[in-house]
Design a protein around this ligand. Structure first.
Ligand code: BMA
Length: 315
């Protein structure tokens, strides 16, 4: 049983919606700007490099308007980004009255975590690389904890080759302390044994911070990307309170099964209605198109309560 309902007109955005000829559009970050849903879509050009473009919709489901130009494009003269920007997450930070974008910048030294910000998805401030390669799948929490900003990310090094979720703290979004482990891949055999990465920025709920993450299983025919849930402590989000044993979304639909990279669902954005708790999850399907699936925060929390394991994965 899956907890998410795919929208009837998935995929909601494809390369055909773009004003320029592009190869693929996928893995969008998502937020609300007033009542408008804004997606920051990873768009792979026909050289293979990714750019971030803005798409807007009044209801977040259809009637998308795609900007005429990319919002964030790689500068070919900057080695840390010359191969593109990928997989954005968006966090509205009230204290700064700005949207902070965390994405992957890619270049010869590998993928790194990059920060940019915007008050309106028109003007853009580039803050640059904040976590050196190899590091990706970064998402910021919207408020400070004991004076610090918290960034989830996935550093991989020769001393720590496992691709897990870690958290770093910063007083100013510029200098970051050493990462602390949060959630790790489960043992061989599990659906999330090969790699995991945080999806949309965690969602604040009365029970804790709701995490939607991707987990990878490596098979003889390639990688399988599925989606699971976890719940972090509200006051101290480095602590994992619950984690779903089973995945809650997996590649099933033809557009998730077939594409440039088959069998991938990869969420980077979620929009929640604060009154109803209805949640729209935006995800890339098969590294080819943008899809949306709906659920409800209370239902996801109930699933974690009844099906989740209670423990910090590092205990
Ligand atoms: C990951 C990221 C994602 C991509 C996924 C499947 O490593 O690069 O952007 O969707 O692989 O190809």
């Amino acid at each position: 049983m899956e907890l998410f309902t795919r929208h009837a007109s998935n995929p909601v955005l494809t390369a055909d919606h773009w004003p320029d000829p592009v190869n693929a559009v996928f893995n969008p970050g998502a937020t609300l700007l007033g009542d408008t849903t804004v997606l920051l879509v990873r768009v792979e050009d026909r050289c293979g490099l990714s750019h971030l473009w803005v798409a807007r919709s009044a209801n977040g489901l259809d009637g998308w308007a795609v900007d005429p130009k990319p919002f964030l494009s790689p500068n070919p003269d900057i080695p840390t980004e010359c191969w593109g920007f990928e997989d954005p997450r968006i966090t509205f930070v009230g204290e700064l009255a700005t949207y902070v974008i965390t994405c992957t910048s890619y270049g010869p030294s590998g993928p790194a975590v990059y920060l940019a910000s915007t008050p309106d998805f028109v003007s853009l401030q580039r803050h640059g690389v904040v976590m050196p390669p190899e590091d990706k799948n970064a998402a910021l929490l919207p408020c400070r904890f004991k004076g610090d900003w918290l960034l989830f990310h996935r550093p991989v090094s020769t001393t720590h080759a496992s691709a897990d979720v870690w958290l770093s703290r910063s007083p100013d979004l510029a200098s970051w302390r050493a990462p602390e482990p949060v959630l790790r891949c489960r043992a061989h055999g599990w659906w999330d044994a090969a790699r995991i990465g945080i999806g949309p920025p965690p969602i604040e709920t009365p029970d804790g911070w709701l995490v939607i993450y991707h987990g990878v299983r490596t098979t003889m025919s390639g990688s399988l990307y599925r989606v699971g849930l976890a719940l972090l402590d509200l006051e101290n989000p480095v602590l994992v309170r619950r984690r779903s044993d089973e995945w809650v979304l997996s590649p099933q639909a033809p557009y998730e099964r077939v594409g440039d990279v088959p069998n991938v669902v990869f969420p980077c954005g979620a929009v929640v209605d604060p009154t109803s708790g209805d949640l729209r999850l935006y995800y890339g399907a098969a590294d080819t198109s943008v899809c949306v699936a709906t659920s409800n925060v209370a239902e996801l929390l109930e699933h974690l309560r009844t099906n989740g394991a209670a423990a910090n994965a590092y205990e």
